[in-house]
Ligand binder design. Structure first.
Ligand SMILES: C[S@@+](CC[C@H](N)C(=O)[O-])C[C@H]1O[C@@H](n2cnc3c(N)ncnc32)[C@H](O)[C@@H]1O
Length: 237
């Protein structure tokens, strides 16, 4: 299963190795998608994980994969809107939010909510888009977002610091990771069309993807970056 974000396997391995989770640690992922990152954490560490996503199909996949490999007392995949899920303050050692801060409306709300959910000195692995350069107005119109929807790589780190996090590590997706992610979706849709040439939904999806790829090549590839950030919640803030 692939990520719904520009994360290649070498960077995935490196990020997982940086987590250094102690035995019995508790991990929450907001917008976990198909659960791949949590499956990798379950493989690498003796942790217990909770994944929440609003998409029932993805949660079903995440749960089915985990059930085939791990003890059921180590994982929980919940299909719900994160804003409906009760999370006690100070209850997690690690919170992952990879491409899902919008679930809280904006990055600032996501950061303050995740800070509350974390134990003192708990960590947050954030995957977040950022502007590499000032976006063209036509690109903003295409995306349907205001310029302040994303920050820069630098100001994303500053925003987390302003919410009481110490930055431990930050890196960005390479152009190759972006290309693999974006073109991977095109190739997947084209393969599906070969299997079902008359499927109107797949045809519509391909039309959409073609428009998306035009914008990616015209603007996105040089303008929109993706960062991975490891932060630690400061005890005194
Ligand atoms: C860009 S995808 C990233 C998924 C996953 N983290 C990955 O990298 O493959 C964002 C995910 O957030 C989920 N999501 C969006 N809004 C949500 C909400 N309010 N509550 C829970 N999940 C949400 C979506 O269903 C989607 O799976």
């Amino acid at each position: 299963m692939e990520y719904n974000s520009p994360l290649g396997s070498a960077k995935e391995k490196h990020l997982i190795s940086l987590l250094q989770l102690p035995k019995g640690s508790s991990v929450l992922e907001i917008g976990c998608g198909n659960g791949r990152l949590l499956h990798k954490i379950l493989e690498a560490y003796e942790s217990c994980v909770v994944g929440i996503d609003i998409d029932a199909t993805l949660i079903q996949k995440a749960s089915a994969f985990a059930s085939s490999r791990f003890n059921t007392d180590r994982f929980q995949f919940v299909c719900d809107d994160i804003s409906n899920v009760e999370v006690s303050n100070g209850s997690y050692d690690l919170i992952v939010c990879n491409g899902a801060s919008h679930a809280y409306g904006n990055l600032s709300c996501a950061l303050s909510t995740m800070a509350r959910f974390l134990k003192p000195n708990g960590r947050m692995l954030l995957g977040e888009c950022f502007w590499i350069q000032r976006p063209d107005t036509a690109y903003l119109n295409f995306l349907g977002v205001p310029e302040n929807f994303y920050l820069s790589h630098f100001t994303t780190v500053k925003a987390a610091q302003a919410h009481g996090f110490q930055a431990l590590y930050a890196t960005t997706s390479s152009v190759e990771e972006w290309d693999n992610f974006e073109w991977g979706r095109v190739m997947q849709a084209q393969a599906a069309l070969k299997d079902c040439p008359n499927d109107a939904d797949i045809q519509a999806k391909i039309e959409q993807l073609n428009t998306w790829m035009d914008a990616y090549l015209r603007w996105g590839r040089e303008t929109l970056g993706y960062g991975f950030y490891l932060f630690e919640k400061k005890t005194k803030f």
